[in-house]
Design a protein around this ligand. Structure first.
Ligand code: PHE
Length: 357
């Protein structure tokens, strides 16, 4: 028994890790371990011998078990010490002075737009970028044969044969969120929805993915005058000027009646885009009074409620404000461009703190 004890206590002391401790435990005090085998021999002993050997074997078993637990704890302590030695951090070091990442101008402008509209009582709504063609078209009074479907250069999601779910598209505008938020909250409502939209188009002022902010206000006695005031207030706040030349052009959208497109005065002289001067106009938004059929599709009674809606190009107004001549650069992920045009991470735009400082 003394030999057994000496053998296992040495092995336990020398064990390098928990796995070898477990092997030792099984060999020593496991069901078929050496101590168990010895216990079986008790049967062959005389009662006097057994009275001595039985308690001694039990004591040996207890001693081995507690040596194993103690060693386990010691191994864990040593592992922790080792981690504390190797994983250290000098919290007295100065912070890094070099900015690592920046906020993308589109994110920044989305925040600016949200801050301005929040101030005039609009909350933010969201909808999916992949939507059904019902939300993207039909509910907005664009039936299947309507030329607007083709004009929008829609990306359709692939459908396997026999798939009878409704067709899905990458939303071509944020207008489907009008319907979704009418369904969600009914009237009255005042929301904006900033987000990505998709059309198969690519040149200096078009990318296949771009950003819009939808606006929707529904109430009693809403008119084009309210729309015009809201847009003028927005443009003044956004460009941080007292006045900007806006041009309201009569236009046509299936989901608004009457409709207007709004351009902003700008110049492209020398390849730099400047807002508020020059003889050029850049279209920044489409707008109008929500068509009665659209209110109906959203579950709102057009005999009782009216509303205005607009869809503005976020990338467009970002180009204008921050002098970005080529829209495509927004999405090239060129680090030098991002460092130049990006914003510091803690530069959260607010109206009182200054939008773009
Ligand atoms: N959805 C239109 C577009 O993408 C813009 C728009 C929105 C026009 C709301 C009128 C009202 O061109």
């Amino acid at each position: 028994m003394d030999d057994l004890k000496a053998k296992y206590l040495t092995q336990i002391a020398d064990a390098a890790n928990e796995a070898s401790l477990e092997d030792i435990r099984i060999a020593a005090v496991g069901k078929k371990g050496e101590v168990a085998l010895k216990m079986r021999e008790l049967g062959k002993m005389t009662p006097e011998e057994r009275q001595v050997a039985g308690p001694a074997l039990n004591a040996l078993k207890d001693e081995i078990n507690s040596a194993i637990s103690a060693k386990k704890a010691a191994l864990a302590d040593a592992a922790l010490d080792e981690r504390l030695r190797s994983e250290w951090l000098d919290v007295t070091l100065p912070t890094r002075t070099q900015r690592r990442g920046t906020i993308h101008p589109i994110s920044q402008v989305s925040e600016e737009v949200t801050a301005i509209f929040a101030e005039i009582g609009f909350s933010v709504a969201e909808g999916p970028r992949i939507d059904t063609d019902w939300y993207n078209f039909d509910a907005l009074n664009i039936p299947g044969h309507h030329p607007a479907r083709a004009e929008m250069d829609t990306f359709y999601m692939h459908r396997a044969e026999g798939d009878n779910r409704p067709p899905h598209v990458l939303r071509t505008h944020t207008s489907p969120v009008q319907i979704r938020s009418m369904e969600a909250t009914g009237a009255p409502t005042r929301i904006i929805c900033p987000g990505g939209v998709y059309r198969a188009d690519y040149d200096q002022t078009h990318t296949p993915m771009f950003h819009q902010v939808e606006g929707l206000a529904i109430d009693k006695d809403i008119s084009m005058a309210n729309l015009k005031w809201v847009l003028e207030e927005f443009v003044k706040s956004y460009f941080e000027v007292d006045g900007v030349d806006l041009r309201f052009r009569a236009s046509h959208f299936p989901f608004t009646e009457p409709s207007a497109e709004v351009d902003i005065r700008c110049s492209w002289e020398g390849g730099t885009l400047k807002v508020g001067e020059g003889d050029d106009w850049l279209e920044i938004l489409g707008s109008g009074m929500v068509h009665p059929k659209v209110l109906e599709a959203g579950g709102i009674d057009p005999a009782e409620w009216q509303g205005f809606a607009f869809g503005m190009g976020i990338d467009r107004i970002a180009m204008l404000k921050y002098g970005v001549p080529d829209l495509r650069a927004f999405f090239d992920s060129d680090l030098r461009w991002l460092r130049h045009y990006g914003f510091a991470a803690l530069d959260v735009p607010t109206l009182h703190g200054g939008l773009s400082r």
